[in-house]
Design a protein around this ligand. Structure first.
Ligand SMILES: Nc1ncnc2c1ncn2[C@@H]1O[C@H](COP(=O)(O)OP(=O)(O)OP(=O)(O)O)[C@@H](O)[C@H]1O
Ligand SMILES: [Mg+2]
Ligand SMILES: [Zn+2]
Length: 608
């Protein structure tokens, strides 16, 4: 057993220590990572780690949690042990860390040099050592830890420790014993998703004090949320994809859904990949790394795709079907725009999505029914909203956001509200009077007074509801149907026939009003993207991008590892004539200046 007795972590008054250290931290942030300042809660978290305190950092996806342990690892003597659930995730991080000159390695079944890595660790030659919880808790690994200095323990994706979390990993539970062997070593648990009970559970499971919880806001201001009814099949999606540049993810529901959608999107001329459980593991790995390396690939995938991938330059995430919950929606859309540049989150939904989900609710066991129904209703509230989407999301996570964000479809193009109680009543009685077994199309005909053979055969043209909608009401029928299905006034049977749901009665009895939000019809091309803030067409910018692509190819790394787009934009506008000038561009640390400086300065010179 070993109690780390190194001066930093064992000194009594911890917080007194962190002030001068924070200055050092800022210097490393600038010189090594190349960032001009901390983001959000990074500083608060890092200050705690530097003064040796245990912390649980709850920060949104893409907020920069990795930096919270990578930076202190450089300042505190010894090696930081990073517990992480996925090998792909570790390798991704190690690649980025090494690119800025951090000495990082992992010990996993996929690594060929574990013996050498262990030796490097003993010799104090590693800043970061990544390991999966399964290995971390073995006796052999614990013995190894006793043979060198440990600067801190970072437990990434810490929600895995909790049964309440959505990715429970039993081996995370065993970490506590390991951590307790090194009581003086600061612990830093990090996660993007944890509700109140999960937070408490993580604190207890990892032995962290209550005051160690640092919660950052959930807002991702650079993501623009747009939610619209699905219309016209894949056309709508293909239109969006063909006019939105950059890499993107399209979530489709099923394996078959992915395949079909990929084919249609492929016809737009964009490079399209497919990812789902039906592929072999090596096929999945190949298409994933192709996506990570690409600057413009569209990945059509099931939600299995994306967990833990840090591809900062994903420009859009589309949901072609309804996500599972608001939490899932937030996490999946959060994969867009991690570099802070503008990004799009699009959701296309239809009434059938809700019908299916509600049908599925019928099979849920009683104990979970209430919470599952609440989950679906919350989602219905989001997609049908007539108020700011971001505000709804943030309130869902317990925040108190401003009423309007200015960067969602509702704020940008406020919908018109219609009092639609009467239309809803007419709709519900038509469903009732036709015997609760006909589909949307038939009910629509009855309400609009359109006769066909079926209508006549059934005698539905003789019903009092036949043709009951006025010409003002008719155009709103589809929206009211969607609302009725989303809000459980209408349900469908297994053949797609509509029947009254639990919420129908109060509407029919006039106890409940129905309001719908109708989007203004957007003219074609109107929703054109905010030109992704890149000066596309600027010859210097394009030349810098081409240089980055070339370097990435020859080195076999993704382009964003070299520089983010924001750095290229800065170079294009500052036009540094020398390495010294280039050093002033934010986003370029010492190591990258040395590795890439001359190449990019040469490009600028070639354009002056
Ligand atoms: N202070 C900063 N300034 C600018 N960019 C930053 C800063 N800190 C981190 N970043 C960048 O933000 C991106 C996301 O960082 P990171 O992978 O650590 O996110 P995360 O919080 O771990 O997200 P996830 O929950 O998805 O794992 C990275 O590309 C990183 O380089
Ligand atoms: Mg992370
Ligand atoms: Zn808004």
């Amino acid at each position: 057993m070993r109690f780390s007795a190194r001066p930093l972590s064992s000194q009594a008054s911890a917080s007194a220590n962190s002030a001068p250290l924070l200055d050092d931290a800022r210097e490393i942030l600038r010189a090594t990572f190349g960032f001009p300042g901390f983001r959000g809660s990074q500083e608060a978290v890092i200050a705690r780690v530097l003064s040796g305190e245990h912390t649980l950092a709850l920060m949104p996806t893409g907020a920069g949690k990795s930096l919270c342990y990578q930076l202190p690892a450089l300042l505190r003597p010894g090696t930081a042990i990073v517990v992480s659930p996925l090998i792909a995730l570790m390798h991704d991080q190690i690649r980025s860390a090494r690119a800025v000159g951090i000495r990082a390695a992992s010990m996993t079944s996929a690594d060929a040099h574990n013996t050498e890595t262990a030796q490097a660790f003993r010799d104090g030659e590693l800043d970061l050592l990544y390991v999966a919880p399964e290995r971390a808790t073995t006796t052999a690994f614990r013995a190894l830890l006793g043979q060198a200095d440990i600067s801190l323990f970072a437990i990434d994706e810490a929600h895995c420790v909790s049964e309440w979390g959505h990715d429970f990993r039993p081996d995370y539970r065993k970490l506590r014993a390991l951590l307790d062997e090194f009581p003086a070593v600061p612990r830093l648990a990090l996660t993007a998703t944890a509700d109140k009970s999960t937070r408490v559970d993580i604190l207890r499971q990892l032995g962290l004090p209550d005051e160690g919880l640092v919660v950052a806001g959930f807002d991702r201001p650079n993501i623009r949320y747009t939610i619209a009814p699905r219309e016209g099949g894949a056309r709508q999606l293909a239109d969006f994809v063909s006019r939105t540049p950059g890499a993107g993810i399209v979530y489709a529901g099923s394996r078959k859904g992915c395949e079909q959608l990929a084919e249609k999107l492929g016809a737009t001329g964009r490079t399209v990949g497919v990812y789902h459980a039906g592929l072999l593991p090596e096929q999945r790995a190949a298409v994933q790394s192709q996506f990570v390396a690409s600057e413009d690939m569209v990945m059509v995938a099931t939600i299995a795709f994306g967990m833990g991938i840090d591809k900062p330059d994903v420009r859009f995430v589309v949901h072609a079907v309804l996500p599972k919950s608001i939490e899932a929606y937030y996490q999946e859309t959060g994969r867009a725009g991690r570099d802070g540049d503008p990004a799009e989150a699009r959701l296309f939904w239809s009434a059938t999505d809700f019908a299916k989900a509600r049908q599925w609710l019928g099979q849920v066991e009683d104990a979970r029914l209430v919470s599952e129904r609440a989950r679906l209703n919350a989602l219905a509230g989001l997609v049908e909203a007539s108020t700011c989407r971001r505000a709804i999301l943030l309130r869902h996570f317990g925040e108190d956001p401003p009423k309007a964000c200015g960067n969602c479809d509702i704020c940008l193009d406020p919908p018109k509200l219609f009092e639609a109680t009467q239309i809803a009543q007419k709709l519900l009685s038509a469903v009732y009077r036709t015997g609760q077994s006909f589909g949307i199309g038939h009910i629509e005909k009855v309400l609009l007074g359109q006769e066909d053979d079926r209508v006549r055969q059934r005698g539905h043209n003789a019903l009092s509801v036949f043709g009951i909608l006025t010409s003002d009401e008719a155009p709103l029928l589809r929206s009211v149907m969607r609302a009725a299905m989303a809000q459980d006034m209408l349900v469908t049977n297994e053949h797609g026939g509509l029947a009254l749901g639990p919420e129908a009665r109060p509407v029919l009895k006039g106890e409940r009003t129905v309001t719908i939000a109708e989007r203004p019809k957007t003219k074609k091309g109107r929703q054109r993207n905010r030109a992704m803030s890149n000066p596309v067409g600027d010859p210097l910018f394009e030349a810098l991008r081409a240089k980055r692509t070339e370097l990435a190819r020859t080195q076999g790394i993704p382009a964003y590892i070299i520089f983010h787009d924001s750095v290229l934009r800065e170079i294009a506008s500052a036009r540094p004539a020398s390495r010294e000038d280039l050093a002033h561009v934010p986003g370029i640390g010492v190591k990258k200046l040395e590795t890439y400086g001359d190449d990019f300065v040469a490009v600028v010179r070639g354009h002056s």
